[in-house]
Design a binder for this molecule. Structure first.
Ligand code: TAP
Length: 427
């Protein structure tokens, strides 16, 4: 028998369950009315962008400009799902045996959502918007390091008029609050973003409890391939932004841009890169940098801490990296770029696919044939041609292999929050 110990989680789940009950205010709302509530929430987030962006930067350390950008993307996400809330249709089916069969898409129920610290408000939007558009109720556990904007947006959800119990936030530690959600028998689905290690625990928890539905958005080690016909200035810019926007892709760029990058106070308007999220992560990135040096990669620039206070790391570029080096295999999740050489497209495709991950990949080339061959052959949920990190609310995003299960964004994400019911009528 499973024992759930976290009382706050129990209270939030009970509230979400009551709000989902047949005949509740939320269940009686038309789908279009749910869309209008999402639209109102989007407008309130936009109204408070100044406050929310500063709160996000205070909590996370990213620059205020980056927080403003993330919030714009969150607003766009809520608006997109506001628009499709009432467009989730079933089918009529030419069934055998004289049956008139049709399908309905119905909300999964009470959804637990667990998100990381890298994009707190944006990850919230990716989780809440499709779940609420689908008609689910939600209990969100933000990352312990970055809970503030989730609480602020929950207050805005109340102001927008979401009925009581529909939207819940439970800050807390992963192994406590996160685990309690994962094991809870009244949670019908968990949507998770974070590490592959914890993703496995979520799958185990679902199996051990009530076979709850699962979607997982996990780590990546995503290659950006620069072909020799690429416009090199364009390629440098794409590669620079691809890695230093704080993801962790293998890619290819010149060092000058990294050297010019301004690191420091996230509240200073000229800053391009703030500190790492905290001491543990800071030490992990520096440890991986040291491993890169020890294993023989060439450190072109950076590699050290900046100053003595805070967790600032120099933008770092390694060249002469080989596939067997730790920095080529492990997700670094810091401002560290690794450059690997290749000879042919077939070779680079094989090497790109030789990983347990499959989140994303990119190619910079003028040759449409190479772009299409690469796009079809690479095992990744997103492929970007002559751009990188081009993530928009309308198009699905998610991973192959150990980068995840299911998709976020687009119509696909809404389907993750819907069950299909078949109704057959004997004529
Ligand atoms: P995780 O440790 O996976 O944390 C993500 C979320 O899961 C947090 O809310 C965390 O809570 C929670 N959690 C931790 N242990 C849990 C458990 N046993 N049961 C349920 N929930 C649990 O990731 P992180 O610490 O944010 O970062 C670690 C690594 O994950 C990174 O270095 C990176 O490789 C990867 N990561 C990937 C992504 C994406 S978008 N794919 C995003 C962030 C991180 P706490 O905050 O309390 O720990």
């Amino acid at each position: 028998m499973l024992i759930v110990l976290n009382e706050d989680v129990d209270i939030a789940v009970a509230a979400a369950k009551a709000a989902f009950k047949r005949g509740s205010e939320w269940r009686k709302l038309d789908a279009s009315a749910r869309g209008l509530l999402l639209l109102k929430l989007a407008n309130l987030i936009q109204r408070d962008v100044d406050y929310l962006s500063k709160l996000e930067s205070l909590d996370n350390g990213k620059t205020v400009a980056d927080s403003v950008f993330d919030i714009g993307c969150a607003v766009d996400t809520f608006r997109y799902y506001a628009g499709i809330a009432d467009k989730s249709c079933g089918r009529t089916i030419p069934a055998d045996a004289g049956l008139f069969s049709m399908t309905r898409r119905e909300p999964v129920g009470v959804v637990g959502q667990i998100i990381p610290w890298n994009y707190p408000i944006l990850m919230l939007a990716w989780k809440w918007a499709p779940a609420l558009a689908a008609g689910c109720t939600v209990v969100l556990k933000p990352a312990e390091l970055t809970p503030l904007t989730a609480l602020a947006v929950a207050a805005l959800a109340k102001e927008a008029g979401f009925p009581k119990g529909v939207v819940n936030v439970v800050p807390g530690y992963g192994p406590v609050a996160g685990q309690a959600l994962t094991l809870h028998n009244d949670i019908d689905k968990i949507a998770f973003t974070g590490s592959t290690v914890v993703g496995r625990l979520i799958l185990e928890g679902a199996a051990k409890s009530n076979i709850k539905r699962i979607s997982l958005e996990l780590g990546g080690k995503s290659p950006l391939v620069v072909m020799n016909d690429a416009n090199i200035d364009e390629a440098v810019e794409i590669a620079h932004n691809a890695i230093f926007a704080n993801h962790g892709q293998n890619c290819c760029a010149a060092t000058q841009m990294a050297q010019k990058r301004k690191v420091g106070d996230p509240f200073d308007e000229t800053t391009q890169q703030g500190p790492q999220i905290g001491e543990i992560h800071f030490n992990k990135v520096l440890r991986l940098v040291n491993t890169g040096v020890k294993e023989g990669a060439k450190l072109q620039t950076g590699g050290s801490r900046i100053g003595k206070e805070g967790y600032f790391i120099e933008p770092t570029v390694f060249s002469d990296v080989s596939d067997d080096m730790t920095i080529a295999k492990e997700e670094i999740f810091g401002p560290v770029q690794t450059i690997l050489k290749f000879n042919t497209l077939d070779e680079v495709i094989e090497r790109a696919n030789n990983t347990t991950y499959g989140l994303a990949a990119g190619i910079v080339t003028q040759n449409i044939n190479d772009a299409l061959v690469f796009s079809q052959a690479v095992q990744a949920g997103s492929v970007w041609v002559n751009c990188y990190d081009a993530v928009v609310p309308q198009a699905p995003f998610g991973g192959y292999k150990q980068s995840g299960i299911g998709r976020e964004l687009g119509e696909e994400a809404m389907k993750e929050y819907l069950e299909v019911k078949t109704i057959s009528i004997k004529l």
